[in-house]
Design a binder for this molecule. Sequence first.
Ligand SMILES: [Zn+2]
Length: 422
Amino acid sequence: MLIPQSEIDRIKREVSVEQFLVNPKRQGGFLVARCPLPGHDDKTPSFRFNLAEGWWKCMGCGRGGGGILKFACAYWGLSWPRDFPLVLERLGARRGEPAEHRYLPPGIKGTAATPTRPKTWPRLPDRAAIAVYRVAAEMWATNLWRPTNRDALAYVRGRGIPDALIRSEWIGVSTDTLGAALRERGLSPEIAHGLGLLRWDGHETFAGRITFVEWRLVAGEWVPVWATARVYGDGAAWDEGRKYLNVRGDRLIVGLDHARQGREVVVVEGVVDRLAVLSFGDVAVSLGSNQPSPGMYAELRALARTRRLILFGDPDRAGRKGRLRTLATLDLPPAAEASVADLPPMVGDPGALLGRRDGAAIYRAAKEHARRVDLARFGRLVSICHLSYETRKAAIRARTRMITAAPPPVRRPGKEVDVMGD
Ligand SMILES: [Zn+2]
């Protein structure tokens, strides 16, 4: 195994079961909380965690064990000891690598305290949450093909997304019927509230939006684990302030497990950009924004270990900068393969190629001209930039000290202030 013992010790030292508990209460030497383990919809706090000795036990479902590793295994529904390395990695263990790099990409300020390596992987929902997602995903997808939602289907088709992809990707529309559907199946709306799928007034958060669901392979089965939704028409959604709304919880890379099928993976920003690449027959993941979370970087970094990444995007300054920042934060080993591809200036993002007669040709041409990044050189450049940034900062600090220290008190005769009079 590639994870060194020192890393295992570090995880045991730094990660605690406590971090997985919601509203834990101190009772003597224990933390008590509702059971966080999958399959146990705990109504009363049945879970005990012994602070001094690190062991844990659920009085409701009976599961228990000796420490964080066994706990994490149960928490993610993984099998012990087969998934031992996976558990360690999700808890933030690094494979036999030297000391942590802590340089920052150029031009990024105020993040000096943030280490490049993430502490943890994004957390996947538990079984109860997945059951709710499944009801939602099926309902949304069915909705889209109902005659009453013709406008939603027309919008998706209008974006140029082929019908086959609409179906295989489970694209749907929310029509505010989730609460009723959950009740019908005897599922608790509380979990849907917790996920942010239902508002506290019982209405669906995504109502009036086109829905996109992320499916992952969990224990050999494809399950829905995350969703995002986009406004599509005037007056359809209750809150049109934001184009996209996500569910609560850790953000995920969209299309990750599907992308493992390919030898090369195109990395794009938006969910529609990803659909465009799929429609051209390639494999893609989308980051959802130009500021992925540390957990998403971890997922992407793991993908880059065995696959070639092609970062696709806008040729403008912001687009390029965004991709370089992604690469710098990814901090890939020199042996990894990463390329950047620019679309023509008038196209913008890959999603705009959908529905264009020449879309596939433009995409292919851009991909052919993708430039491989020399990661060893890039890494050195990033450290130099960071170093010069640090040097500049130190210089500014020194100058500030000089200025504040320099001016001696100027005393002009006759201008003395009588402090005693105040
Ligand atoms: Zn339990």
